[in-house]
Design a protein around this ligand. Structure first.
Ligand code: SAM
Length: 376
């Protein structure tokens, strides 16, 4: 459809008068556009990924790697293949924006974007390095847009150099999360980025926290690292501040402080590479073929790290079938429970992004009951 609309605009002709060649050219043009977006700035993207890894490492000094004894977390896993079926880079960007909005609205802690790589590909660099241009899947694209949108606006220029993938992000509605603070707003915590400039009269590091003046933190860190700074209530910007783990605003202040994003080469590695101590302790799969239980009757056991999975066009069933780790297992064996969260659907298919909104609303009450009325 969008292909046709694009052609109408470009050729200024009614749709019925397009020749097969014109249609085929339009398709190739779109595919080339996507490929170019993937291939260009390869080195630049590699640099960003390395910087992000370094940043994640330094950010918390290892404090946050395992969430030990902290509050319960909710992770969503989503098939990156949903991007492959979009008709243009602009629509792919909009779709990623919807996933980011749903995750923020429902206070999701972690998003895992899973690919469907075969075992031979898994051993190749295209999987360990999602920026590899041989990697034709939409998963790395989705990862990048989700990370970009979660980052406060004032840090994006520093943390995300120009990239083709980001061409249409400007048109997306903002997430407007509590850590996306404006210049005039004062909050107990602020996200910041460490600067190269030396802090005056101090051993510490200068950090841009999106205020008129940069603040000094008492740790020595390399430049370009995203950090969470405790701002307290004293508005004197000359005070030396402290860096805290990014989980602190939520754990201590109950403020939603954004989601983390992770890439997984296939469904089973979503679980295997879990960053939380002890792994995910309750796994929910979603599908129109799942069990029909009303939200008020659904019992989710008390959990520390809950995971809810959403499939692509062919559902989680295909993700399990294509994953060697499951070796002929049924999709129901991959999860603790397999659920239909919209039993009376009027459309033959519910799209993944729609299912996310429907399901996350459906799970609100059961999750709240499982954690004893608190917030996950
Ligand atoms: C296009 S659907 C895939 C259709 C597939 N037959 C299925 O298993 O639902 C994409 C994803 O949306 C979610 N979904 C679609 N319909 C759903 C429903 N009624 N209940 C729960 N999730 C649903 C599932 O995560 C599914 O993998």
């Amino acid at each position: 459809m969008n292909l046709l609309l694009g052609l109408i605009k470009t050729l200024n002709k009614p749709p019925h008068s397009f020749t097969d060649t014109e249609l085929s050219n339009a398709r190739s043009e779109y595919l080339t556009e996507l490929r170019q977006a993937r291939d260009s700035s390869k080195e630049e993207e590699q640099r960003i990924i390395e910087k992000e890894e370094e940043e994640d490492e330094e950010k918390t000094n290892g404090e946050e790697k395992k969430n030990e004894g902290g509050r319960p977390t909710v992770t969503i896993a989503i098939a990156g293949s949903i991007i492959n079926n979009t008709q243009s880079l602009e629509l792919a960007t909009r779709l990623a924006g919807q996933i980011a909005r749903a995750s923020t609205i429902f206070r999701i802690d972690e998003i895992v974007v899973f690919d469907n790589k075969s075992s031979s590909e898994i051993n190749s660099s295209s999987v360990t390095n999602p920026s590899d241009s041989n990697n034709e899947s939409g998963a790395p694209f989705l990862v990048r847009i989700l990370k970009y949108l979660e980052t406060p606006q004032y840090l994006r220029k520093t943390l995300f150099p120009k990239h083709n993938y980001l061409r249409f992000v400007g048109m997306l509605p903002p997430l407007d999360a509590p850590h996306h603070l404006r210049k005039h707003e004062w909050e107990q915590y602020r996200e910041g980025v460490t600067l190269r400039e030396k802090a005056p009269n101090s051993e510490g590091t200068l950090v841009d926290v999106g205020l008129d003046k940069c603040v000094v933190v008492d740790q020595v860190l390399s430049p370009g690292v995203r950090v969470t700074v405790a701002m307290g209530t004293n508005r004197d910007l000359d005070l030396v501040r402290q860096i805290v783990p990014p989980s602190k605003p939520r754990e201590e202040g109950g403020m939603y402080w954004g989601y983390k994003v992770r890439y997984a080469s296939h469904l089973s590695s979503v679980f295997k590479e879990c960053p939380f101590e002890g792994g995910y302790d309750y796994l929910i799969g979603t599908s129109e073929h799942g069990l029909k239980i009303s939200s008020s009757e659904l019992k989710i056991p008390t959990f520390r790290h809950l995971l809810i999975a959403f499939g692509g066009l062919a559902g989680l069933e295909e993700s399990v079938e294509e994953d060697n780790q499951y070796k002929g297992k049924n999709v129901r064996e991959a999860f603790n429970i397999y659920l239909n969260t919209c039993p009376h659907q009027g459309s033959r298919t519910i799209r993944t992004e729609e299912a996310m909104f429907i399901s996350l609303q459906y799970f609100q009450e059961p999750i709240s009951r499982a954690i004893g009325g608190g917030e996950a």
